[in-house]
Ligand binder design. Structure first.
Ligand code: SF4
Length: 287
């Protein structure tokens, strides 16, 4: 059996840096506080909690002598101001590619355009982008785009982890509604690479395994991209969820993982998959 592992499976650099910063801050300050989970992965959050990373829902819950870490997917300006006013020690783990989206949407607003964000409602990254401008419109799917009225000028950015297919479909609708439409493609390059790799793997492999939490929109999108091309695709959160029967007729297995899936979970899955093969296994990195 051949195992092809997507080269960019798992942590993107933004999440990896944020998790490392949380670990270091937990060691340096004994405790570090975050407004919500650092990544959408229960195991990572649990492990970090043991190393001093505490999740709170409000700045009020943070002791004065402990730092607050702002997560990779960005923080709204009001929370920044409130933390500065409280004189909290702020450790900023915002991904530079998210900061770029904040800058791009502000530019679109400065051009007197109605701003539109293609992204998941209530996702922390989208909330952070929306807070940069006045009354942006958030659209997650084509139906929502169709319900919009005509507009003279609009500017569009997307959440960093969107699928290009969804963005393109929405843009097609918007182009019929907006006279002067400007789109800045803010899907980040780690997401693009991960999406391209899973599409190619799903086309050439008998079986596809995506590793990631079901609370991670990013992992669910990877699974969707795989399922669209290969019905023999499964999402698991860890190696214990793999079922041997999936592998019985498979000569090639493609493996990828969402941007919030840690390396150890990916290695566990690869090792378990190897035990299912009756013949020699060849593991290759797919670039
Ligand atoms: S998904 Fe992209 S934008 Fe988001 S943290 Fe990772 S690299 Fe940064």
């Amino acid at each position: 059996m051949k195992i092809l592992v997507a080269k960019d499976a798992g942590y993107c650099f933004g999440v990896r840096d944020a998790v490392n910063l949380a670990k270091k801050s937990g060691t340096d300050f004994e405790e570090v506080y975050m407004l919500g989970d650092i990544v959408h992965n229960e195991k990572v959050v649990e492990d970090l909690n043991k190393k001093g990373s505490k999740v709170v829902s409000s700045l009020e819950d943070i002791p004065k002598d402990k730092p607050v870490l702002f997560r990779a997917h960005g923080t709204d300006p009001e929370t920044w101001k409130a933390a500065q006013k409280k004189k909290l020690n702020i450790i900023d783990a915002t991904c530079p590619l998210v900061t770029e989206i904040h800058e791009e949407i502000k530019i679109l607003e400065s051009e007197n355009r109605r701003t539109i964000i293609i992204g998941d409602h209530n996702h922390d990254e989208v909330i952070g982008i929306a807070a940069q401008v006045e009354k942006p419109i958030i659209i997650s799917n084509v139906e929502e785009a169709k319900s919009l009225g005509k507009m003279k000028r609009a500017g569009v950015v997307s959440q960093s982890t969107q699928m290009i297919e969804n963005v393109q479909e929405i843009l097609n609708v918007l182009s019929e509604k907006v006279y002067d439409l400007r789109f800045i493609n803010t899907i980040c390059f780690p997401t693009r690479r991960n999406h391209e790799q899973i599409k190619e793997l799903a086309d050439i492999c008998d079986l596809m395994i995506v590793i990631g939490s079901f609370t991670s929109a990013n992992s669910k999108r990877l699974t969707q991209l795989s399922l669209d091309r290969n019905k023999n695709s499964y999402q698991v959160t860890c190696s214990e969820e793999l079922e041997e029967s999936w592998f019985s007729d498979s000569k090639s297995v493609g493996i990828s993982a969402g941007a919030s899936t840690p390396d150890e979970l990916i290695h566990d899955v690869i090792n378990k998959v190897k035990t299912f093969s009756k013949i020699k296994v060849k593991e290759t990195t797919y670039e």
